[in-house]
Ligand binder design. Structure first.
Ligand SMILES: C[S@@+](CC[C@H](N)C(=O)[O-])C[C@H]1O[C@@H](n2cnc3c(N)ncnc32)[C@H](O)[C@@H]1O
Length: 331
């Protein structure tokens, strides 16, 4: 008995047989098919490094972001197996797709998302974490070395620590690290009333060089001046919100200033993470900023039991890529 067209599609993808793939697809075989082990033809083509087959399947509507039962997408499989050409084809396609999708989503929504629910609910403060009402972690202590590295990056513009802005106080880890550099002025924007209350009780309101601005960054930006270093790390917001923040960098960041953000975008999947790193590079590039990533190993910060009691594991990779952005002309 002849196999179904989609099973033949998988066979052709495994073999990298583009002629057969084209023939099957032209006859209507479904490029988004998952076989009995949860794999798609695109995943097979990517795992085998068949770049032309990957192209052909993507052009026929194969979903680039479909996940296997082990939570791997075609891009992860090309990456894991060291197939650079197939990886590049997938990466370029994914970036274009997300750019288009973002534009469509913005048009449909009319505005960026909102984290009103998070801001109106209580948060719980633990020794090494802040949790929201749904048992998701707002901030965790394991990020301390990352926050110290972010502080170092944004406090070094022109070799001195001038005016610094941090958006999102959380556990105050990055702010404690920023204080070590004795900034001329240190502005902190925080929107959650419980976090704000806690920072006041911890004495942040009395520090001479610290100015706390309570409110959502979206609402308080007009009150802020311009800065030598800016760090952005909010919670419950989307990529679109950060993208919106970036539109204000031209006014907020001084010409030689340094901008960085918590790079947790798609922290659960290596390929999606690369796609979003590249997307930010591209979008900041269009705004006149050049971005470099400093790789930081984080495996040792994440012992097995770190996620105990946390509903969503927001970071699953061994390396953190710390972004450092500066106006292209100042580099
Ligand atoms: C992940 S935590 C920041 C952690 C911080 N970098 C640290 O070192 O501890 C995010 C913080 O952003 C705040 N936040 C969320 N949305 C915000 C908004 N729109 N404007 C200002 N702050 C916001 C949250 O209440 C939370 O305190």
């Amino acid at each position: 008995m002849e196999k179904p067209a989609e099973a033949l599609l998988c066979d052709a993808a495994i073999a990298g047989d583009c002629e057969k793939l084209c023939e099957l697809l032209a006859k209507g075989a479904d490029a988004s098919y998952f076989d009995s082990v949860g794999m798609t033809p695109l995943m097979y083509a990517a795992a085998g490094g068949h770049a032309d087959a990957v192209r052909c399947l993507l052009d026929s509507g194969a979903p680039w972001n479909a996940l296997s039962p082990s939570n791997l997408c075609a891009g992860d499989l090309s990456m894991e197996n060291g197939h650079q050409e197939a990886f590049d084809v997938l990466l370029n396609f994914a970036i274009q797709a997300e750019l288009v999708l973002g534009t469509i989503a913005r048009r449909a929504a009319g505005d960026v998302g909102s984290n009103e629910a998070y801001l109106s609910e209580r948060v719980a403060f633990g020794e090494d974490r802040i949790m929201d009402a749904e048992s998701k972690a707002v901030m965790m202590g394991w990020e301390k070395p990352l926050m110290e590295a972010h502080a170092r990056a944004i406090c070094s513009a022109d070799g001195r620590c001038g005016r610094i802005l941090n958006v999102g106080f959380g556990m105050g880890l990055v702010d404690e690290a920023i204080q070590q550099y004795k900034p001329m002025e240190h502005t902190i924007v925080e929107a959650h009333p419980d976090v704000y209350d806690r920072m006041l009780r911890a004495g942040w309101g009395e520090k001479e060089n610290v100015k706390i601005v309570f409110g959502k960054w979206q609402d308080v930006l007009p009150q802020l001046g311009s800065f030598d270093g800016i760090f952005f790390d909010t919670y419950g917001e989307y990529y679109e919100d950060m993208r919106e923040f970036h539109q204000h960098l031209g006014r907020l960041l001084k010409p030689n200033g340094i901008y960085s953000y918590f790079n947790g975008l798609c922290g659960g999947n290596p390929f999606f993470h690369v796609v979003y790193c590249e997307l930010v590079v591209l979008e900041l590039g269009n705004l006149g900023y050049s971005t470099q990533f400093i790789p930081l190993p984080v495996k040792d910060c994440l012992p097995e039991d770190i996620w105990k009691g946390v509903k969503h594991k927001y970071w699953l990779m061994d390396t953190y890529y710390l972004p450092v952005s500066q106006a292209s002309c100042s580099i």
